[in-house]
Design a protein around this ligand. Structure first.
Ligand code: GDP
Ligand code: K
Ligand code: MG
Length: 281
């Protein structure tokens, strides 16, 4: 196959559209996603011998079905299975932006992180050890300035390499603490051997979404009556147990687990210089 597909994802205002424009120039198309009034932009970029098809996904903060944009972006990734997802991350707000990146890692999707707005991050006194960040996350990380088109070649090189590897999706399995981990193990036991018509997804990922109360995933599971009969009462019971012992809903506990992981990575890969500390004091 001469070429591959890339989905540009990221938080709102991380620079996705600027990057999309820098990559595709005038070769753009605009329409809507099927059945919804969410704008879809796509275009092509030449890279060596390859033609890369690029889609600018709606901006999202998470991959749980909390908004129409999130449902659209997630369905596109799960159903269309782009060869590579470029997560456009605002380097000046790295911890917050990594929350979405970690969710792509939990999904197991082939990922490249564009560490965008690196100019802003540096001006604010943030020193990001890019190689360290990449090593800790296990994901290629490429610094970019989308407004100005800096780093685009390196970004496409990284994407081409990930696309060429054609790896199986390999979900990151974070620990969310004893209670949630145990609940997930029980859900996965009951899910084993099953797959959803929606797309091939790891049972543990589906379990996480069920505990988070993700309505779209609950509906997808509900489409299989045999599965729903088994899973729904168990999901309720486990969610109630977690809420009681943790004094927080399961979604909150899971979110804390993600931020705990991100905090550890951030402390090892980022230094805030004196200028930064003064700015914050
Ligand atoms: P989107 O919401 O993710 O599509 O973000 P946009 O592409 O609309 O960018 C949001 C704002 O950030 C715009 O004003 C861009 O010009 C600006 N921007 C995008 N990338 C960069 C960058 O790397 N550095 C700087 N300084 N500004 C950027
Ligand atoms: K915007
Ligand atoms: Mg945009």
């Amino acid at each position: 196959k001469r070429g591959f597909t890339v989905a540009l994802a990221g938080n709102p205002n991380s620079g996705k559209t600027s990057m999309f424009n820098a990559l595709t120039g005038a070769r753009q198309h605009v329409g809507n996603y099927p059945g919804v009034t969410v704008e879809k932009k796509w275009g092509q970029v030449r890279h060596g011998q390859q033609t890369i098809e690029v889609v600018d996904l709606p901006g999202t903060y998470s991959l749980t079905a909390y908004s129409l944009e999130e449902v659209v972006a997630r369905n596109f990734i799960i159903q269309q299975r782009p060869d590579v997802i470029i997560d456009v991350v605002d380097a000046a707000n790295l911890e917050r932006n990594l929350y979405l990146a970690v969710q792509f890692m939990e999904l197991g999707a082939p990922l490249v992180i564009a560490l965008n707005m690196i100019d802003v991050a540096e001006a604010r006194g943030l020193q990001i050890d890019v190689a360290k960040l990449s090593q800790l996350l296990g994901v290629p990380v490429v610094p970019t300035v989308a407004r100005g088109g800096k780093g685009m070649k390196e970004l496409l090189d990284a994407a081409a390499q990930v696309a060429a590897e054609r790896k199986e999706w390999k979900p990151l399995e974070l620990s969310y603490g004893h209670d949630v981990d145990q609940a997930l193990a029980k859900l996965v036991e009951n899910f084993s051997g099953q797959s959803l018509a929606w797309g091939p997804l790891s049972p543990r990922w589906v379990g996480v979404k069920l505990l988070e109360g993700d309505e779209e995933v609950i509906r997808q599971v509900g489409g299989d009556p045999g599965l729903a009969d088994k899973l729904e009462p168990l999901r309720q019971k486990l969610a109630d147990h977690i809420a009681k012992t943790a004094d927080d809903d399961p979604a909150g506990v899971i979110s804390d687990g993600r931020y705990g992981y991100i905090g550890g990575v951030y402390r090892q890969a980022v230094r805030e210089t004196r200028a930064r500390r003064l700015e914050l004091s």
